[in-house]
Ligand binder design. Structure first.
Ligand code: AHR
Length: 514
């Protein structure tokens, strides 16, 4: 009898411990930072089939298009509320000469895209086409200028061409090419990866270049440029320190970039996008969670030199980088996208939200047909990837107030390693609705999570949604029904200000509360 009682107590205790271990205290009354919608930005380079075939098919194509841009791709990206698009690279940016991409298309010079497959770039998609794309997407353009192989004159003339309404040679040229009004481009990258493909510079050399280029990229009219300095590669804290110390932050530049890609194994053998086991899944999660440490350490350096928080951290390249799909051009970086990618997206977005005080923009690489894409295209078909659905779900956080949250989570362990099983963001929108997104990284166990909305007496559950799949490597493909999408989720119990929710294994869930 005694043993039975003991056993029952043990079961109750273990059950309670499991529940209480997974708890999110949401401080509903302490929010002060806005989660910039630009955290949900994207990046598209002249690389593989991202621009050509991805967006651009030309006016004469049989694929339905508006001014040469695919209607299906533009329509899908509008579903996720794409807030900005970074272009033209990437490594391509520091080889790109913008004047080759304006004027009559059939007269534009060609070039070799040396980084990406050595293909001939015909420059049919240039400044006007990119800004037409942003216009159709209703998003902010983010243009990355050529510091590596260009000149200051070339970069300053590009800014003048885009933004000036004075009587000037570049304004006249723009008007002659059919654009009467200046576009008023705000976000301006000053080179890309200048520690590598953008010129193999030292931090000290680049800091000086940034000051010079910063001086000659001018503001026109009311428009104020938000210049993004080429920042560090992953954990290169020396680069960050040098730029923040010597690059004239806040005056020469308003943002500094950070690039970090998640790679399951290593650069020589990254691993398949679709064929992987649990240890590779686990490793991907471990690698991606390194973003937390990166943000924390880079922000600490930024705080030292910029205590007034004037300079934004701009993570303008991130995401999963797998081996290319078998049989595709290795220089085109075409990869499939599974539930694992979706969870990598949600975990990183939670981290960017967490550091919203400093992180003002991020751009996942690279939107269509390249790396961790939102959309894949094949002729006249498109596929919405699992990552697409996470971005669609997270629209609720765009420009919402971050609600600081304390997350207690059990571990997801494999062998003798472990990572936190849960990741989450809570925010409050302009209508007072609270949205909580919670990811359960554990592929083999659903988790009961108690959300405590501190500062409120009572909440109502309004609706929920979920992105999940049968397997960690489930994916959507052409000519078959979607395996992963966004569906309704209701496994929620509310008592007063406490919400008890059961998060299925390997899933991300969104709760709307009021
Ligand atoms: O996104 C692919 C490449 O990765 C970019 O061109 C470059 O900036 C980075 O190394």
């Amino acid at each position: 009898m005694k043993i039975r009682i003991l056993l029952i107590s043990l079961i109750v205790f273990v059950g309670f411990a499991a529940t209480s271990q997974n708890k999110i205290v949401i401080n509903t009354d302490l929010g002060k930072e806005t989660i910039s919608k630009h955290i949900y930005g994207h990046f598209s380079e002249h690389l593989g089939r991202c621009i050509y075939g991805g967006y651009w098919v030309g006016e004469d194509s049989d694929i339905p298009n508006t001014a040469g841009l695919r209607n299906d791709v533009v329509g899908a990206l509008k579903e996720i509320g794409i807030p900005n698009l970074r272009w033209p690279g990437g490594c391509f940016a520091d080889e790109y000469h913008w004047m080759d991409g304006i004027g009559a298309r059939n007269e534009r010079p060609t070039m070799i895209n040396t980084h990406w497959g050595g293909v001939t770039e015909n420059n049919n998609f240039g400044t006007h086409e990119f800004l037409e794309l942003c216009n159709q997407l209703d998003c902010e353009p983010v243009i990355c200028g050529n510091l590596g192989s260009g000149t200051i004159q070339e970069m300053s003339q590009w800014v003048e061409y885009l933004n000036s309404n004075n009587v000037s040679p570049m304004t006249d040229l723009r008007k002659a090419n059919g654009q009467e009004e200046p576009w008023g481009v705000k976000y301006w990258g000053v080179g890309n990866e200048n520690w590598g493909c953008g010129g193999n510079m030292t931090a000290e050399y680049y800091a000086n270049e940034m000051r010079r280029y910063g001086t000659f990229t001018k503001n026109y009219g009311e428009n104020r440029l938000y210049k993004v300095a080429g920042g560090p590669n992953g954990a290169d804290y020396h680069w960050m320190e040098t730029l923040m110390k010597d690059g004239n932050p806040g005056r020469s530049f308003q943002g500094i970039s950070l690039h970090y890609y998640t790679i399951c194994h290593d650069w020589n053998k990254k691993g398949s996008a679709t064929v992987f086991d649990e240890s590779e899944y686990f490793n991907t999660m471990k690698q991606t969670l390194f973003m937390d440490e990166l943000l924390e350490k880079h922000i600490r350096i930024m705080d030292k030199y910029d205590p007034r928080n004037r300079v934004g951290l701009i993570v303008d390249e991130w995401g999963n980088w797998h081996d290319v799909e078998p049989g595709t051009n290795p220089g085109f970086l075409y990869q499939q996208n599974t539930l694992r990618d979706a969870l990598v997206a949600s975990v990183n977005l939670d981290l960017f939200n967490k550091y919203a005080r400093r992180v003002k923009m991020t751009n996942i690489a690279q939107t269509v047909n390249v790396l961790q894409a939102m959309i894949l295209t094949k002729d006249d078909q498109i596929v919405r990837t699992p990552s697409f659905y996470v971005f669609k779900m997270y629209k609720v956080h765009h420009d919402a107030t971050l609600l600081p949250s304390d997350i207690s989570t059990e571990k997801y362990s494999l062998g003798d390693e472990s990572v936190p099983a849960l990741s989450a963001t809570a925010s409050k929108d302009a209508n007072g609705k609270i949205h909580v997104t919670i990811t359960n990284l554990n592929p083999g166990k659903s988790l009961e999570v108690s959300c405590d909305l501190r500062g409120l007496e009572k909440v109502n559950f309004e609706k929920g949604s979920i992105v999940t799949g049968d397997k960690i490597n489930s994916y959507n493909d052409f000519d078959k029904n979607e395996e992963i999408s966004l569906s309704a989720f209701n496994d929620v119990k509310v008592t007063g200000n406490k919400v008890l929710v059961k998060i299925p294994s390997k899933s991300v869930v969104m709760l709307e509360l009021k």
